[in-house]
Design a protein around this ligand. Structure first.
Ligand code: PLP
Ligand code: SF4
Length: 299
């Protein structure tokens, strides 16, 4: 079966970009890009330990569009859409539902919540993919965040440089740097083939604007769960000036069991990375539990 003869998912958002379509090798039934983005029959199977809210977002959400788990940093989710939908997404029960994006009034309420809390040092834009906002809307949001004096750092979590790199335009980068605050961008990348020349150019546009890049990877069966692939991915990220930050244990969202690697294997892969790659190419392996207690290092 070709990976393009995929099985439609009726429950979870689906979507692919032209750029990803070009990356998929239709002759390879085990193509690691297809495996991440094309739905499969295995998604219909929900394992008993799987949860709609696997990292406990709900218990820490004071208002729509905010998750406040750690006192000094808050997650703000202006859009719940993505340019392409990862089949293993930890927020797959909410991501892709347009009604979960913030209205202007809901955004006002979220920003007022942040303003009232002097302990919030960092605002993390997540989602969904916050870089799907138009340059004008992103600029307006960044300027409003700039007014919050206690906030020193803006962090943006995105997969756009990988799934649709041409959308990282000069205009979008200018919008990100419209404030005087320090801006970090965390790029989600899972396989060395995702780090194309177009992605390198998108990353360079961000870096040339003074934005440091961090890498986030989800450990995925059949995608990056062997030492050779994982080392190649980490090295490629460093070559593109992306500092590998986290390697995430795949969260138990519904219908994702076929992606999960046992933690013992993940630890063995990390031990392998310690032996084979440069210190700057090593992420921290983390687990984000359903109790909402936050990320814990797996060592
Ligand atoms: C992951 C996460 C963060 C960021 O955690 P770091 O360890 O600082 O990267 C912040 N808030 C929430 C709700 C998160 O899930
Ligand atoms: S980019 Fe992130 S939020 Fe969007 S589908 Fe993938 S894992 Fe989920």
């Amino acid at each position: 079966m070709s990976p393009l003869d995929h099985h439609p998912s009726f429950r979870h958002a689906e979507g692919l970009t032209e750029h990803l379509l070009r990356l998929i090798d239709p002759t390879d039934p085990a193509d690691p890009i297809a495996r991440q983005f094309l739905s499969s029959a295995a998604e219909a199977l929900s394992a008993p330990d799987e949860l709609a809210d696997p990292i406990g977002d709900k218990t820490h959400s004071p208002l729509k569009g905010l998750v406040h788990r750690y006192p000094d940093r808050v997650l703000l989710t202006p859009v719940m859409a993505c340019a392409a939908y990862c089949r293993f997404c930890f927020r797959r029960e909410t991501v892709g539902q347009p009604s979960l994006g913030l209205t202007p009034a809901e955004m006002d309420a979220a920003l007022a919540y942040i303003q009232e809390r002097p302990e919030i040092w960092e605002v993390i834009l997540s989602g969904g993919d916050p870089l799907l906002l138009s340059a004008a809307r992103l600029r307006a949001l960044v300027l409003r965040l700039d007014d919050l004096l206690q906030v020193k750092v803006l962090r943006i979590h995105t997969r756009l440089p990988i799934v649709d790199p041409v959308r990282i335009t000069e205009g979008l980068v200018e919008a990100l740097t419209a404030s005087a605050k320090t801006v970090y961008v965390a790029v989600h990348a899972n396989h060395p083939r995702e780090l194309t020349e177009e992605t390198a150019r998108a990353c360079a546009r961000l870096i040339q604007a003074g934005i440091p890049l961090l890498g986030q990877t989800v450990l995925l069966k059949g995608v990056n769960d062997d030492l050779e692939t994982l080392s190649a991915l980490m090295r490629s990220m460093v070559e593109m000036r992306i500092k590998p930050y986290y390697l995430h244990q795949c969260d138990p969202a519904p219908g994702t069991a076929h992606f999960r690697v046992p933690i013992a294997e993940g630890k063995a892969l990390m031990a392998g990375l310690w032996k084979t790659v440069s210190g700057i190419a090593r992420p921290t392996y983390v687990l984000d539990g359903p109790d909402g207690g936050g990320k814990r290092p797996l060592v």
